[in-house]
Design a protein around this ligand. Sequence first.
Ligand code: PRP
Length: 207
Amino acid sequence: METIKIAIAKGRLAKHSIGLLEEIGIDCRILKEDSRKLVFHLSSHQLEVILLKAVDVPTYVEHGVVDMGIVGKDVLMEQEKPLYEVMDLKFGGCRFSIAGRLGDGLGKKHLRVATKYPNVARKHFASKGQSVEIIRQEGSVELAPIMGLSDIILDIVETGKTLKENGLVILEDVAHLSARLVLNKVSYKTKKKEISTIIEAMGEKVN
Ligand code: PRP
């Protein structure tokens, strides 16, 4: 049996991702210990788990440094890397929405859009023929319309709490998002047996 390497996005998807590995029979106790470790050898299962920032997961999978990864659809839509997206894991459900201040709309001729997802925003507004200026942000995007940096934002909305507490409202929903299982294209051929076993086991738990 070959060792399968899997990258897991740290942050909001990590707990569910580890939970899914446990559901398919993998002992993940060392992953839950309070440590700063990033690489975990689960030798009894021929598995290596690495914890990465979500935005870096597709890069590791694309380069074949890991065979598979669990990452949000938001990151996949933004990066459009050549990976196999094989399964909607159904957790981490949220959406890409456009939001702005109450009373403001999308009617302006030229909109300034603050976002952590410039490619998604560019594509979305291009498909509507709307002229926009994209203002890239790294976080706390909700601040931009409040402070006058942008007219609107395109961001992830999960509970809606951040928007509400900052006086913003949803103007349009763009896409439903959730965690996805992605594969390196070469690994899928060279380690097909091991990878298929994992996919099948996950599939049974997810559906
Ligand atoms: C995300 C997103 C929103 C918030 C939405 O930010 O960018 O700000 O979560 O969640 P809610 O609808 O449940 O309030 P994140 O927490 O990842 O932090 P960031 O703003 O630093 O990127």
